[in-house]
Write a protein that binds this ligand. Structure first.
Ligand code: URP
Ligand code: ZN
Ligand code: ZN
Length: 543
């Protein structure tokens, strides 16, 4: 069919209405670049006349299989003004100014949403090498069109922290949202959490149960935070490792003379992740608020989540691509630089953990895959050459996640293509309450789209990746299924192995509170109160 003028106008009107009702802050940067080959700043021109980024083109994707989390169909996709206007079979060209993309034999899917990144982060004095431009350019080359980054408080203030991150993100070329880290508890934090949710578009807060003496919170703070999250309709997230025991484990390794990267893994075994996950799950259950466990790296943690979900608790588990596809053997590599690049927390575990995490994803115990992209180069990692405790924690993944999950889970036959869309995009959009604007190929959704060729292959190397890191933890890895085209906000950003990124075209996506995980909680709370059979009215007997 040809897209009729009326239906196009109707969808565009709907999209305009959605855009005006959505609380979105559009980036005002006037810088743009046609990078051609690579994203590197030298090739990127800034508009000398202060022009805004050029408007997104009209695009018609023909002949592909459109995949959503709810199913797949043969359909064409028409995009205008950065919005999907129609998803129907046999859409006819609507004008000469339409870019046609042939997707015959390929999958047309929602762009990936990475729920867990640390771009431009300062971690104990070490600045991650990827900022909001290089990290996002890498994301685009790997089929990810949105990510949610962790904002740290600045000078003790959540709001100052959010504003600082908004500045860092000015150069964005894909859409992004924020989670907020909570380090401590007082009246100011409590009030600022309200502002973050009600005025700043944040609907999730992360509590670190590890990193003693730095970001770690104790159970008292965690409990206060859980209560506050519940009252605001915000999702509580935990880094679940027992920080006191990790500290003890680190001392034990040093006393044993184990100072290399293997000491990192040995000092924080799975049992400490399991213990903290169990504790967080139980405290969230006690408060009766939903919980999101970030970077689930072990069977121990996954089983706690499984138990909680079986009992009806609202718990989400996020494994990382590193935890799914790698094992800890490299931490024992005799070459320090090789071993150190795998240091992250919780640590990458032995192979049976990765296999179990994959199985948990396919059975629905775990829900979505993140990266925890937090890249440091080998010079930074070498800070810990004599002491693993000084190795900056973090690995790459924002560019590799979509390919590796496809190869590991779909190509191997473990999950369907629709499940792939669910765990790499849709579930994240649903959890953080931005679906179906994100995470779907539907009329009215944002035009964040990838075209994946299942018959093409990929190979990963630091030689040609787009992160600024000089290493890649997936070096040399090959697989099937290649993202050939990435469209972000209606712009073709990755095609024919070339990046074309527009600085400042990425938008901050505000995420409203009370997502689906909160549905029905009021009734649950009421049932709990009525189950108490208290206070018991007693007559005071006079002695
Ligand atoms: O090692 C990691 N995961 N670094 C990033 C910070 C965190 O704990 O998420
Ligand atoms: Zn963490
Ligand atoms: Zn992280």
């Amino acid at each position: 069919m040809a897209i009729g003028m009326e239906s196009r106008l109707a969808v565009l009107l709907l999209a305009t209405l959605l855009a005006t009702t959505r609380t979105v802050t559009s980036s005002e940067s006037s810088q743009y670049c046609d990078a051609g080959n690579g994203y590197g700043e030298p090739q990127c021109g800034f508009s000398s006349k202060g022009l805004p980024p050029p408007p997104p083109p009209k695009i018609l994707i023909k002949g592909g299989t459109v995949v959503n989390a709810h199913g797949a169909e043969a359909a064409d996709v028409y995009v205008e003004d950065g919005i999907i206007v129609a998803v129907e079979p046999h859409i006819k060209r609507v004008g000469d100014d339409v870019t046609i993309l042939d997707a015959t034999g390929k999958y047309v899917m929602p762009g990936g949403i990475d729920p867990h990144t640390h771009l431009d982060v300062d971690s104990t004095g070490n600045k991650a090498v990827d900022d909001f431009f290089s990290g996002q350019a890498a994301a685009l080359a790997g089929g990810t069109t949105m990510h949610i980054d962790f904002v740290k408080p600045s000078n003790g203030s959540l709001i100052t922290g959010i504003e600082a991150y908004k500045k860092k993100a000015h150069k964005s070329c894909i859409d992004y949202g924020f989670h907020m880290v909570i380090h401590k508890w007082d009246e100011v934090v409590s009030r600022e959490m309200e502002v973050a949710v009600n005025e700043k578009g944040i609907n999730s807060f992360k509590f670190f149960m590890a990193y003693k003496g730095y970001q770690m919170v104790n159970d008292e703070v965690l409990l206060q935070g859980l209560k506050k999250c519940k009252s605001l309709g915000a999702l509580a997230m935990v880094h679940a490792e027992n920080g006191d025991a990790v500290f003890e484990g680190q001392n034990r390794m040093i006393e044993l003379g184990i100072t290399g990267p293997e000491g990192h893994a040995l000092s924080r075994p799975p049992v400490l992740e399991g213990e903290a996950t169990a504790r967080a799950v139980r405290l969230a259950g006690f408060v009766n608020t939903p919980l999101y466990v970030v970077h689930v790296m072990s069977i121990d943690a996954m089983e706690e989540i499984a138990k909680a979900r079986w009992s009806g608790q609202r718990v989400i588990g996020e494994p990382l691509v590193s935890g799914l596809v790698l094992d800890d053997s490299k931490l024992w590599d005799p070459d320090f630089n090789t071993a150190a690049k795998y240091v992250m927390s919780p640590p990458i575990r032995s192979a049976e953990h990765g296999k179990a995490l994959q199985a948990a994803l396919l059975t629905g115990i775990l829900q979505l895959v993140g990266t925890d992209h937090c890249a440091f180069n080998s010079t930074q990692k070498a800070l810990g050459v004599d002491d693993f405790r000084k190795i900056p924690n973090g690995v790459n993944g924002i560019e590799e996640r979509m390919h590796l999950v496809w190869d590991t889970m779909v190509e191997s036959g473990q999950i369907s293509v629709s499940d792939y869309v669910r765990i790499t995009s849709t579930e994240c959009a649903r959890i953080f309450n931005i679906y179906p604007r994100k995470g779907a190929i539907l009329a009215g959704s944002d035009a964040d789209i990838i075209i994946l060729n299942p018959n093409s292959s990929f190979e990963i190397s630091a030689r040609n990746h787009h992160s600024r890191s000089d290493t890649n933890i997936y070096e040399g890895r090959r697989g099937k299924g290649k993202v050939e085209v990435t469209i972000a906000g209606g712009r073709i950003a990755w095609m024919d192995g070339q990046l074309k990124v527009t600085r400042g075209s990425g938008k901050y996506i505000e995420m409203p509170p009370f997502g689906y995980l909160f549905g029905g909680m009021d009734k649950e709370d009421a049932r709990y109160l009525s189950s108490l059979r208290a206070p018991v009215k007693r007559q005071r007997s006079c002695a």
